[in-house]
Design a protein around this ligand. Structure first.
Ligand SMILES: [Zn+2]
Ligand SMILES: [Zn+2]
Length: 326
């Protein structure tokens, strides 16, 4: 293995390293911690992940945030999107766990969230969750919300936990939160578009209203200036770009591989939409998830690798259980 030096170490910041790594086409960086001019803070905060690709091993230095301070992590308990992938559990349909700024949150607890949390290593104790965020009422995003509320509140013995959800998750014909559980929660907050919400030190904003048939909002966390956004289910529309423009880490629900006329008007992102969105927004990192059957068949990790090489942006396809430091 060769040793690659990072030029001008005094000017190092996370974006510079990202650009450098991709500019050198991910050449092997060996023994990076032994490169003497690196600032000590860099050594402490470097998270080094080995992975194998094309039979070569690459050392990738992941550094997020302008001050190189880690705020927490995201764990993708599930990455299933389309109905067949969910029904057959080709991928898990559990939600996304976020631990940051002293809070534990589940976004979109789809079917299997309770089970996957318990099976997660280290185990995620759902009774310790501080909040649940529903981005919309669809089953693959909300199925486990009731059992989680029951767990958080110990069946109503303790009034705790906050539920954030659009109005139609709570009211109307397709409300998904059981009425008898609602009083158990400390708080229920109705989400609106382009609004800011706070859970002590953890803050997030909602996106513009998505085009997805039911009331749907993406969520954008602000972790001391690092913007971690979840562009959940939606059809592409131009305002999406402006709404997510400041994302540093952008998670995109890419259900479809391409336009299939026989399916009619599908209110989801196609892989081509995702490519255009990533190209335009240029986040530090883009994460593809929520895969439907056709998307899985086209191997999202191959698309992610291609995009990384083409765009010089770190693009990954989420896998069940994948953890990302933020
Ligand atoms: Zn969905
Ligand atoms: Zn949906």
């Amino acid at each position: 293995m060769s040793i690659t030096a990072i030029p001008n170490p005094s000017a190092i910041n996370s974006r510079a390293i990202q650009r450098f790594l991709f500019a050198t086409n991910r050449r092997v960086i060996d023994a990076i911690l032994r490169l003497s001019p690196l600032p000590s803070m860099l050594k402490q905060d470097a998270v080094l992940n080995w992975y194998t690709e094309d039979a070569n091993k690459y050392l990738i230095l992941h550094l997020w945030g302008s001050n190189m301070t880690k705020h927490g992590y995201i764990k993708f308990l599930g990455t299933a999107g389309g109905r067949f992938v969910v029904a057959k559990q080709l991928r898990s349909s559990a939600g996304t766990f976020i631990s940051a700024k002293g809070k534990n949150v589940i976004v979109d607890p789809g079917p299997g969230t309770l089970v996957r949390s318990a099976a997660s290593r280290p185990r995620i104790d759902v009774s310790k969750l501080d909040a649940i965020i529903l981005t919309h009422a669809h089953l693959d995003h909300s199925n486990d919300v009731n059992v989680l509320i029951d767990a958080i509140t110990e069946g109503g013995l303790k009034k705790r936990g906050t539920l954030f959800a659009p109005d139609d998750c709570l009211n109307g014909d397709n409300a998904v939160v059981l009425k008898y559980l609602r009083d158990y929660l400390k708080d229920i907050v109705i989400l609106k578009e382009n609004s800011e919400y706070r859970l002590d030190d953890l803050t997030f904003k909602t996106s513009v209203k998505h085009e997805h048939g039911v009331e749907t909002y993406g969520v954008k966390f602000d972790l001391d200036g690092t913007k971690v956004s979840f562009m959940v289910d939606t059809k592409f529309f131009p305002q999406l770009i402006a709404s997510y423009a400041d994302s540093d880490i952008l998670v995109l629900n890419v259900v479809m591989d391409k336009y299939h006329p026989e399916y009619g008007d599908i209110l989801h992102l196609y892989s081509e939409d995702a490519v255009n969105i990533i190209k335009t927004i240029k986040p530090q990192k883009a994460i593809l998830t929520h895969f439907g059957m056709a998307m899985l068949k086209t191997k999202p990790w191959v698309l992610a690798k291609k995009l990384s090489d083409e765009l010089g942006i770190d693009v990954v396809a989420a896998s069940d259980g994948m953890k990302i430091e933020v």
